[in-house]
Design a binder for this molecule. Structure first.
Ligand SMILES: Nc1ncnc2c1ncn2[C@@H]1O[C@H](COP(=O)(O)OP(=O)(O)O)[C@@H](O)[C@H]1O
Ligand SMILES: [Mg+2]
Length: 394
């Protein structure tokens, strides 16, 4: 088992800067996910950890020791690729056992002509077979060991690729979008399997995905990347509940967070559509800010809007999206210079609204996120979390 420490990892391909100096420390046994939009440098970073790509500058240490001088197969890491990279002409058993064949047998012993001759070779083969069997049992692949990859389902191929990584008992598992070739249902199932496998093996997992749900559901911590930099590193709840920037807030969470343009009035109080809220931040009067409100923090006002001093604004239904367990309601903000917003609703609540009339949407100010004009998170003036702002409204 091992820690992984990345220090100022930078990488360019020709004139294109892909990684801008990434610092990241991953704890022993941790499940860390690199998440971010396509092209942000996730694969490049994980390939550098694996030793499949060389960084331009910076260092990789595994278990506290630099591995920069080690080639990929010397690093005690195993990588699982999105494409599985299985050999089509080999059986499942041979595919899983391949890393052991390569490390335990000499080139001579691997030559077909000498196959029948060596007793030593037979002993090595028996050892490999036992190790492959143990891994296959863990992954429920025992009955498939003699098949070839083409005779397997996508999920089974995925397991074979996992088995090939497990068979060397690596300290660190590196996984690059391993579930993206599976259909939606299997992907959900495999999320659970991978999380359980991680628990069982106790190894360090570094997992790459562009799917924020995978990142949120499996990881101990998530590193959100964009354009070659880590924007925020934290637990899934930290990223969801205290996003450091608009980019993180927008990427994490489904439906996407509602973003509304607002301004700072005198005294730092936030005004939304000309109405003062009870939130205040440091900043100059007149400054533009953005208010982030998650769909679950926004709801249809019951009774008179503004009751009990609750913040509200008016909107008109555009579309109802039935998810079975709940509805996502999409609203337009008629006449306002703002994009639409979404809320979650029960079927009963969804039935009370239609496209014909404007409704009032009310929200929990303590659950709002505030971002400055550059998209960085703003903390409230009293220094606590936004959620602990003292209401200014009489
Ligand atoms: N071998 C390469 N040669 C040139 N450009 C590359 C190479 N590998 C990746 N890139 C570029 O680097 C950027 C980051 O790629 P990648 O790390 O694969 O992103 P991600 O995995 O987050 O989608 C992309 O713009 C990609 O086109
Ligand atoms: Mg990639």
């Amino acid at each position: 088992m091992a820690t992984v420490d990345l220090t100022s990892i930078a990488k360019s391909f020709g004139p294109t800067k892909v990684l801008g100096g990434v610092d990241l420390s991953i704890a022993d046994g941790e499940f860390l996910t690199l998440v971010g939009p396509s092209g942000c440098g996730k694969s490049t970073l994980i390939r550098i950890i694996a030793g499949l790509e060389a960084q331009d500058s910076g260092g990789v240490a595994i278990g506290g020791a630099s591995v920069d001088h080690l080639r990929a197969h010397e690093r005690r890491v195993a990588m699982v690729f999105q494409s599985y990279a299985l050999y089509p002409h080999m059986t499942v058993g041979a595919n899983i056992g391949l890393p052991l064949t390569m490390s335990r047998m000499t080139l001579r012993q691997r030559l077909p002509l000498l196959r029948l001759l060596s007793r030593q070779r037979r002993e090595i083969l028996r050892g490999i077979e036992a190790d492959v069997g143990a891994v296959a049992a863990q992954l429920q692949l025992e009955h498939l060991l003699d098949r070839r990859p083409a005779q397997l389902s996508g999920g089974q191929r995925q397991r074979v690729a996992l088995g090939r990584a497990m068979v060397r008992s690596p300290d660190v598992f590196l996984m690059d979008e391993p579930l993206s070739n599976l259909d939606a249902k299997l992907r959900v199932h495999m999320r659970t399997e991978l999380a359980e496998l991680h628990k069982r093996l106790g190894a360090t997992f570094i997992y790459v995905t562009h799917d924020q749900i995978e990142a949120m559901t499996m990881s101990d911590r998530v590193a959100m990347m964009d354009a070659g930099d880590v924007l925020q590193l934290g637990t899934p709840s930290e990223l969801y509940e205290r996003p450091a920037s608009i980019k993180v807030a927008q990427f994490i969470g489904s439906p996407a967070i509602n973003l509304l343009p607002a301004t700072l009035a005198g005294s730092g109080r936030i005004e939304l559509f000309g109405r003062p809220l009870s939130l205040a931040v440091n900043g100059t009067a007149g400054a533009s800010i953005t208010l982030g409100i998650r769909a679950e923090a926004l709801s249809l006002a019951q009774g008179e809007p503004g009751q009990g001093g609750r913040a509200w604004f008016s909107a008109r239904l555009r579309r109802k999206e039935n998810l079975g367990s709940e509805y996502i309601l999409h609203f337009d903000l008629a006449g306002r210079d703002a994009p639409g917003v979404t809320t979650r609703a029960t079927a009963a609540t969804a039935a009370t609204v239609n496209e014909t009339a404007e409704v009032a949407l009310t929200f929990d100010e303590t659950a709002c996120h505030v971002f400055d004009v550059g998209g960085e998170r703003l903390e409230p003036r009293n220094g606590g979390a936004v959620s602990s702002v003292v209401p200014l409204r009489a």
